[in-house]
Design a protein around this ligand. Sequence first.
Ligand code: HEC
Length: 161
Amino acid sequence: MDKSKGDKTALTVQQLKGMNTFAELGCIACHSGPNFSGPNLPIGMGWFMKFPTFTGSEYDDKYRLMEDMGRFEATKKEADKQMWRVPTLRNILFTAPYFHNGAVKTLEEAVRVMAKTQLNKDLSDEQVQNIVAFLNALTGEIPEQTMPRLPSLEGMSVVTE
Ligand code: HEC
């Protein structure tokens, strides 16, 4: 198959609906690019966004969202208050609990919290299910990590003078 044209059967109908909802709601404003973590920036620079953008929802207290000041803790700059790195959504199914403090246990709830705090939107159950189905589709192979090894000394002649 010619992969450059995309595989139109790769996503289920529900996942496609979720992908459209994700885009229409505006999740993509922050979670953009191939890893859904914003544009590629030079090494040393990060794609930081405010979280929560809309404060005052029930979630602020429920999940202690105002306790940690984010990037401000490191830079002490006023503009960095509540700024967080936009995380990738790839393999998100396996990375519970969610957010910087791990306060949210399920992906469904994380999606609701995001919609409310970042976009000031209340989602229907169906919207949540569709987005979660879409996020499920972002599951892929996790690259194998091989540990570095020192070269073996076997067969080397050791000079001992
Ligand atoms: C204004 C920017 C912005 C928008 C819009 C936004 N997000 Fe996020 N998202 C973030 C940031 C920043 C974090 C990291 C928060 C943290 O570390 O506590 C995050 C975290 C997440 C997480 C948890 C990731 C993890 O590993 O813990 C999920 C899931 C998520 N977003 C999904 C969504 C969905 C779905 C939408 C749309 C309804 C959305 N986001 C809209 C900025 C945004």
